[in-house]
Every structure is written in structure tokens, then in C-alpha cells.
Design a protein. Sequence first.
Length: 199
Amino acid sequence: MNVCCLDMEGVVVPEIWIAFSDASGIPELRRTTRDEPDYDKLMKWRMGILREHGLGLPQIQEVIATIDPLPGAREFLDELRTLSQVIIISDTFEQFAKPLMEKLGWPTLFCNTLEVDEDGMVTGFKMRCEQSKLTTVRGLQGMGFETIATGDSYNDLAMIRASKAGFLFRSTDQIKADNPDLPAYEEFDDLLDAFKAAM
């Protein structure tokens, strides 16, 4: 039995931190896992910038409320879920993702949790497990599932490579150049066809 494993940001919804960077006027917050492979380092750096500007979870959630899924993402997910179980495996946080999951028809999401103080300031983050995407795929495989995966960033590569089939979707030129053996797609129809072919 197949399980399709999808990254969230950049694949089915826009990058939350880029949207918040644009809304807050803080260009440094545009840095994502497409630019920085070390997620722990990236998050600690983001938290420092938030503290420096006195911004917390409420301000980020205000921006998230204005974000819609990428055009075609809901239809892509709906069709993919008629063919296979689908899990979105993301390094985002439950406090960010809920309104986006509602707009996508409540797909299954495995993600992490922010630690927030009484003033709404982000004080830390709790990762679900070490190397969460790879660990999840390995766990599913250990239960007898075959995984097919897609993502756009450095932190998706281990999940993609550990799966029986895997694809880059709307990734960067650098990541595509560094991984020329991985099929890379730009349109949901082509990605859906790739999933179907791998099943």
C-alpha cells in the first residue's frame, strides 16, 4: 500500500515566512529551508529577529489568515487522496498550519509545535522527532507502507530519496542542479501524473 508524503510550504501553500516578511517589511525573514539546510539554525535565527522587532505569534497568525493555498493545490490533493493515503509532513508548526489545513479540506498533517509565552512571544519550538521527514517515512515503511514523496527544499531531500519514488516540485535552480537525478515538476497536473505512474 502506498502513502504519498508531501511537504507543505512551497508545495501546497505559499511560504509562510516569506508572506510574513513581506507583510512586516523585514526582508531577512524571507530566508527559508530553500536557502538554509539547517532547520534548527534557521529557526533560532528567525526567533532572534522576531524578538528584535517585538513581534510574536499573534502578528504571524494575522498574516497567515490572509494566505490561500497555491492555485490548484486543493484540487490536486483531492484527486491524490482518491488514489492513495496522503500525509503532509512539514517542519511548520500547528499554530501556523490550522487555517491553511481548513482551506485544503483538512488533509492529515504531521508537524511541530511552537513554545509561546503569555505575551505571545515565540520562546522556542518543539520538533516532533529528529529528522522528522525522514523519520516519518522510515516509520511508515517499517509498518509495511511504500512511500512516494515530493518537496521543494533541502529538508525534503532525505524523505524524497528514502522513498520508492520522489520528486522535486517548484524547487530552486540550485537544488535541481545539485540533484539532477530527481525528476522536477512545476505544474500540479505533471506532479499528479508522476504520483500515478509511481503507484
